[in-house]
Structures are given as structure tokens and as C-alpha cells.
Design a binder for this molecule. Sequence first.
Ligand code: IVH
Length: 679
Amino acid sequence: MVDATTAQRAAELRRLIDYHNHRYYVLDQPEIADAEYDRLMRELLEIERAHPELVTPDSPTQRVGAQPLSAFGPVRHGIAMLSLDNVFDEAGLAEFDRRLRERLGVEEVVYVAEPKLDGSSLNLRYENGLLVQAGTRGDGVTGEDVTANVRTMQTVPLRLRGSGWPALVEVRGEVVIRKADFEELNRRRLEAGERLNAQRLNAGEPTFANPRNAAAGSLRQLDPRITASRPLSFFPYGLGAQSGAVAATHWETLERLAEWGFRLSEQRQRVRGLEAMRGYVERMLTQRDELPFEIDGVVYKVDDLAAREALGFTSRAPRWAVAYKLPAMEATTRVRGIIASVGRTGVITPVADLEPVAVGGVIVSRATLHNLDEVRRKDVRVGDTVLVRRAGDVIPEITAVVPEKRPADALPWEMPASCPVCGAEVMRVEGEAAHRCLGGLYCPAQRVGALLHFASRKAMDIEGLGDKLVEQLVEYDLVKNVADLYRLERKELLTLERMGEKSTDKLLAAIERSKDTTLPRLIYALGISQVGQVTAAQLARHFGDLAPLMEASEEELTAVPDVGPVVARAIAHFFGQPHNREVIEQLQAVGVRWPPVERPAVDSAIAGKTFVLTGTLASMTRDEAGARIEALGGKVSSSVSKKTGDVVAGEAAGSKLERAQALGVTVLDEAAFLALLEQ
Ligand code: IVH
């Protein structure tokens, strides 16, 4: 038996959670923190677990996702889900408005204008305010029963809020996914797909071509838990079957829907007459890229429901509405070439050079291919016919290749071996998707980036050398590489924007000051890929000066603490570029100087040698002794072998001392060891 208070609390929790869901998902105005919300949800889940008889079909816990289905049952729509007639230009719109004015015998028609959301249409059936069935449009007459999936969507009320709804009412609208969520979903699917491919499992086509497919695909998952994990939103645009009247106009109907707990598209607007209709298209066109959801047009609907009645339907669409189609965000075109484009940091990005094509009203002639893996994955080749998509204001992307149209001689694209801008070697860093030009100090494409990094606070610390100035220096060719900074003349600087006498002198002084630097700063300032401040400091300590570092082999470099083979390779290849070496020579020629770094002398008695510690030392613990050896560049081992340098034997040394003597390894007592440390 459930006591009355528990039942009351469950009801209260359902109401509270529902209230906060609505604030969060529909109104975008959350009132409580996520943690507080989770607490309410947990409390309700616990009560329901203890008392399953308290679970109601509209409980917020019932959204989580039921058992997978084996197929979707059919749903017959009592009132067919029609489509809309399209117009593509202002003439079409004017013709539509003229026709309606004539038929209705009025001077001016009032319309409701709405964005035409590009998703998947859905019919929600409510009986006595309770969601009983959700069906896809299907062929308009029969759709699929996706109730279990739709119950997981937070923007679909399981029970209508407020009052005044008819005993039976069908709410129709569009299921969409945000552009940003679509990108994120694809990114996750791509990663998951790559994991599966790496395991040689066939992952199939992992990404969705566009937000519409993502929404439709997510809605038609046999496992509702998958739908639950997808950020789908529902926006109503009208009613289907209804057992009683709701409002006299479409605008009021939408207001009722908001009261019942639905989220409406903010762009809806009442417009009067053709001029206002045109204005609405204009506004939507300019806002389109910034809208969170993809739209493929705008819809105009006669507001007055009695007038709609009078106008009626054709066999496929209502006479009282029209869709003004906006230019598609997708188009096909041909790949003229694939360019290796070198960015500021030396990363080389393959970019498709396209035959210019209009996509969503913008002419597109370039699409990024991100990196070599992406080119391979999509298998884009020069000469291919491809599908190009533009999502909002982001850079256009190639979403697919049309294989039937590939020229017979099209070859897979290769990353160039040398930088197309400066000719330096191109290297792919292991574990990174990107290829990089190694001519960091010299490559014209990297000038701005290299100069900014060189001048930054933790590098050469040249105060006053910011973005705007560096861009000007490069643009006017005053500086080609970092050494040129030290050759800048006062009169040249004075010609630049925002450079007065005072700022010029300050800058020249800062440049001059930076000549006296330290080796770690200089190494870091060179901007070698993979070499941050910590590694720069390690390299300085290990090599003591720049010259030996420049000559070090990959093998020698890996002896430096924290330098693995990947980093060693990047360093060796950087110094392997003759142009980089020239710039370093120039730096020295213009007077950049640094004191050599105190380092454990390689020929000292400790550096490079392995010690074994045994017995008890009087002046320090064995750990302390070990730390001092390592600080001086030596190593500590726990077992004695022929390769052991010295054995340090303290009081009560045991078997290790015996073994050392047997192998003829030098044995030091504590005094001799201390003397060695002092050296
Ligand atoms: S009204 C009987 N309004 O476009 C009229 N439809 O081509 C029913 N759509 O299947 C449609 N946004 O999936 C209407 N604001 C909107 C819409 C919209 C998107 C979709 C809907 C419909 C298709 C019609």
C-alpha cells in the first residue's frame, strides 16, 4: 500500500519536474540549477521504483526510452498530412496573393508567416490532454508509429499544460535538430566510425548528410534510447483532427499551443499584404545563417480560419498556404583542383577548388577538406562531381562524391612532400591528423604566426609587437623573418599606422632589450612544432648551447628527458631545413645573445654514469643521494652489473658490495662519494 503523502509527493514532483522542463526546453528560461533538477528527478525515480503503481504515462521518468521495437506499426492519419505548393520568387508570391484576394474578394489578406523548418513532420495525438500517439507523415495518409521515440523528446508535452484543449486534438509540426548539434553529432559518429574501422568492423556510412536526415534518422530509431540521446526539438505549425474549435485564427491557435506547453518558432509573424510578405522573406534571408535551425523556405498561411474554410484544398495542398522556397544550402559542382593551403602555424590544409556554384544564395568556389584523412575518407579526387553544403556562415563542405560521374583517370590525391609556399619539407606529426611545413622561420605563409610567437611574452618578450603591427610589417614586406625585426629602422616604423614617435621608440627599445635573452627562451621562440616552454628548457639544460642542439641526431635528442621519438623527429627535421638555419645565423649576426646554460658537464665524474647505492650513508638518505646523482646527470640503478660506474657503499653494505668487488667495479665510501658530488 502506498500512503497518501508518498502519492502526493510523487504527483508534486511530476508537476515540478514538468514545470522546470518547460522552463528549460521550451521557454529557454531555466529557474534552477541542473543539480537541483537531477535531485528532483532522482527522488521521483526512487518513489516510482518502490511503488511502480504510482508511475503514470505522463510521468517525466517515462521519457527515458523504452525497450527497442522490432518495427514501427502503421498510423493512419484521420486527416491527411498534406504538403504545400511552392513558389520560388516574388512573382510567384504576388500571383499567390492576387489569387487569394480575388477568391476572398478582399483588398488585403492577413497572413501568418513562419520559417519553413527543414526537418521531419510529425503528428501528435492528444486524448484528454494526454499524448497517446505520435506518427510520422509517411505518404501523407499512412505514417509510422514513433510514439516511444517521441516520448523521449523534451519539447513534446506528455500531458498538455493549461486547460481548454478539445478532448481530441492533433498537433502537427516539424522535428528538427540544431545546426550546432548536427555538427557535433556527426563529429561523434565520425569518431565512433573511425574506431570501428580501426577494429576492422564495417562501420558503414557514419555521418548524416544534413540536419534534416539527422532529425529523420533519429526519429526513426528502433531503439528509443538512441532517440533520447539525440537533441531533437519539435515546433508545431498547426492542428490535424480536433473534436472542438480551438481559436478563430491561426495566430491564436499558435498562442494556444504555447499555453499548452509547446515551443514556437520565434520568427513567426503576422503580415498584412504583399509588401509585408516580401519584407519577411528579406529578413529571413539575412537572418538565415544565424538561425539555430536550418530553414529551407518561409510559409505564408491565411490567418483567418473561416477564410481558410472558404478557400479549401486542391488534391495535394491547401489553397490557403504557400511555401516560398529559399535557395538550397546544397548544390553539386565539380572539383577543379585540390590545393595544399599553408596556414599561419604551418598546418597544411587541403582545399577543394570548385567550379563556382550558388549554395544558399552565396557563390562558393572553395571547400575545406580539413586534412589528408578526410580527403581519403571522402575519397575526393580532382575532376569529381561533388555535393557541397553550406551550414550557416561556416566554411562550405563537400558532403559526398557522386561516384558515377568520376572521370576514368582520376587519381587519389597526395599531400605534397614539400611546402607549396616555401619548398621546405612537409611532415606529418605522428598522432596528429595535420601535415605541417617545417620551414617555420622562413615560410612566407607562416610569417605573421612565427613573428607573433617569437615576440610573445614567454619567448623573446618584445612588448608592443602585437597582431596589427606584425600584420603591417609583413604586408609591407618590412620583415621577412624574425631576424629582420632587429634590422627595422625608425623611419620605416614611423610610416606605419598607429606608430607615433613615442611608440616607435618604445618598440625599438623593446627589440633591443630582447637581444639579451636566455637559451630556453630562444629555443621556445623558434616555434618548433611540439616544443613548448618545458621542452625548450630541458633541451637547453641538456645541450647547454644552441649549436650542439642544432647538430643533434634524433637518437641523441631522445636522450633528453621528456623528448620522445615524435618530438625528437620534429626537432631534428626543423634544424634540418637550411633556411631555418640561415635565419638562426642571422639572429646571431644581428646580436641576439644568451649565456650558455650551466649543465652537468658530460665529462664530470657523475654525468652519464650509473651508480648503485648500498648500505646506510651518514650524511643523507639513499633517496637524497639518488636525487643528487640525477641532478648532476647521473643515473641510479638497483643492481650491480659490469656496466655499473661506481658502487657507493655506506655502513653495513651487503651483497651488492660483494658483487661489485667480484666484478671489479669501483667502490666508493661515503667520503669519496661526497668529494665527487662537490667536484
Ligand atoms: S504547414 C497543410 N508550416 O513542410 C499544410 N509546414 O511542404 C501543412 N514544414 O510537410 C504544412 N515548416 O513538414 C507548415 N511552418 C511550417 C512548416 C512546414 C516546415 C514542412 C512540413 C510539411 C512540408 C510541406
